[in-house]
Design a protein around this ligand. Structure first.
Ligand code: PMP
Length: 356
C-alpha cells in the first residue's frame, strides 16, 4: 500500500509522474527503447531536454536575459559555482544566513572573495527570517535561501535589494510565481519539487557572466553549459526526463499561481492543526512559516515517541524532524495531495485529544 510520504527530500512526486516514468524506463514513447539506454544526443532525448528547458521558461516567465540549465553535483556544488562565476577576486558578496544550507554557501563563497554576512537568525536556532539589514551597494550580489528545509522558515517576499539576487530555491522552486528578472542565479536540487536526485536546475543571467578574471575549470563555468545546452558532458538523462514530466504536470494543474494557492491551503491545514492542539508547538516564527516544510515539536519526549509510532501505524512516512531541531517535519511539496494532509491532521487531532 502506498504510504503518505512527508519526506523532506528525495520527496513525493505526482502519482502520474511515477507511472509515466516507470513506463519510459521500459519503453520511451513506444520507440522500443528505454529512456535509460538512448543516446543523450538522440532526437528523442534532445526533445526531452528542450521541453525541460522550455517549461520553466513558460511557467516562471523567464526573460531572454536568462538561461535554464540542468547541471550535476547537487545544489551543494552551486554554493561554490555561483561565487566562482560571479564574484571578482577583489569583490564582495552579501549573504543572509538562515540555516545550515546558507552557512554552507557562505563557507564556499569565502574561497573566492570577500563575504559580508548581513544578518543571521542563528541566535534563535534559525526559527525566523531576519529582516533588519542594509544591503551594501558595492556587493556583486545578495545570496539567500528562499526556503529553509530543515528549520521550516521561508521568505514570503524577495529581500529588498538594489543589487542582483542569488538564491538557493532547492525546496520551494515552482511552488509559487517569482520575478526572475531580479536574479543573477537561481538554483535548485531537483529532489523536492521537481524530480529524482541527480540534477540541479540553474537559471542564470547571461549578462552577468564573464566578469571575473580567474580561470574557471570548463565543467564549472556556466558559459560552457549555456553554449552546449546542458550537454557538454552526458547529462543526467533520467532525472531530467522525470523533471520534465513534473513540469508538464505543474502546467496541467494550472501553473504556478495555482500551485501557490494550493500550497497556501495545504500549509494552513497543517499549521491550524499545530495551533489548535496545545500538545504540539510550531518551531518557526508565524510570519515566516514555510509552505513547504512545517516543523513542530510535542511538549514531551514520550509524547513524541508515541506520535511517531502512531504515524507509522497510520501509514505516514518521513515525518521525523531533522536532528538539529528534533520533533516533526511535514514536508508538503507541490505533489503532496490534500488527502494525505487530512490523514495527518486527523491523526494529530485524535492524538492530542487522547494525550492532551
Ligand atoms: N539547499 C537546500 C535548501 C536544501 O534543502 C538542500 C538539501 N537537498 C541542499 C541545498 C543540498 O542539496 P544537494 O543535496 O542537492 O546538494
Amino acid at each position: 500500500m502506498k504510504k503518505h510520504n512527508f519526506s523532506a527530500g528525495p520527496a513525493i512526486l505526482p502519482a502520474d509522474v511515477f507511472s509515466q516514468a516507470a513506463e519510459a524506463v521500459q519503453d520511451l514513447n513506444g520507440i522500443g527503447l528505454s529512456v535509460l539506454e538512448i543516446s543523450h544526443r538522440s532526437p528523442e532525448f534532445v526533445a526531452v531536454l528542450e521541453e525541460a528547458v522550455a517549461l520553466p521558461k513558460e511557467l516562471l516567465q523567464i526573460p531572454d536575459t536568462h538561461e535554464v540549465l540542468y547541471l550535476t553535483g547537487g545544489a551543494s556544488s552551486q554554493f561554490f559555482m555561483t561565487a566562482m562565476n560571479l564574484l571578482p577576486h577583489h569583490g564582495k558578496a552579501a549573504y543572509l544566513d538562515t540555516g545550515s544550507w546558507s552557512t554552507k554557501a557562505i563557507k564556499e563563497a569565502k574561497l573566492f572573495g570577500a563575504v559580508e554576512v548581513l544578518a543571521s537568525s542563528k541566535d534563535k536556532n534559525y526559527a525566523y527570517i531576519p529582516k533588519d539589514y542594509t544591503v551594501p551597494l558595492d556587493a556583486t550580489y545578495l545570496h539567500y535561501t528562499s526556503n529553509n528545509t530543515i528549520f521550516g522558515t521561508q521568505y514570503q517576499q524577495l529581500p529588498a535589494a538594489d543589487i542582483p539576487l542569488v538564491c538557493d530555491m532547492s525546496s520551494d522552486i515552482f511552488s509559487r510565481p517569482i520575478d526572475v528578472s531580479r536574479f543573477a542565479v537561481i538554483y535548485a536540487g531537483a529532489q523536492k519539487n521537481l524530480g529524482p536526485a541527480g540534477t540541479t536546475l540553474v537559471i542564470v543571467n547571461k549578462d552577468l557572466l564573464g566578469k571575473v578574471e580567474r580561470e574557471i575549470p570548463t565543467m564549472l563555468d556556466y558559459r560552457t553549459h549555456i553554449k552546449k545546452n546542458s550537454s557538454f558532458n552526458t547529462p543526467p538523462v533520467f532525472p531530467i526526463y522525470v523533471s520534465m514530466l513534473t513540469l508538464r504536470w505543474i502546467k496541467e494543474q494550472g501553473g504556478l499561481a495555482e500551485m501557490a494557492q494550493n500550497n497556501e491551503a495545504k500549509a494552513k491545514l497543517v499549521y491550524d492543526a499545530i495551533d489548535r492542539n496545545p500538545l504540539f508547538q510550531g518551531t518557526a516564527a508565524r510570519e515566516d512559516r514555510s509552505r513547504m516544510n512545517a516543523t513542530f515539536v510535542a511538549n514531551d519526549p514520550e509524547v513524541e515517541t508515541a506520535f511517531l509510532q502512531a504515524c507509522q501505524e497510520a501509514n505516514i512516512a518521513g515525518i521525523k524532524g531533522h536532528r538539529s531541531i528534533g520533533g516533526f517535519r511535514a514536508s508538503i511539496y507541490n505533489a503532496m495531495p490534500t488527502e494525505s494532509i487530512e490523514v495527518l491532521v486527523e491523526l494529530m487531532d485524535h492524538f492530542a485529544q487522547k494525550h492532551g
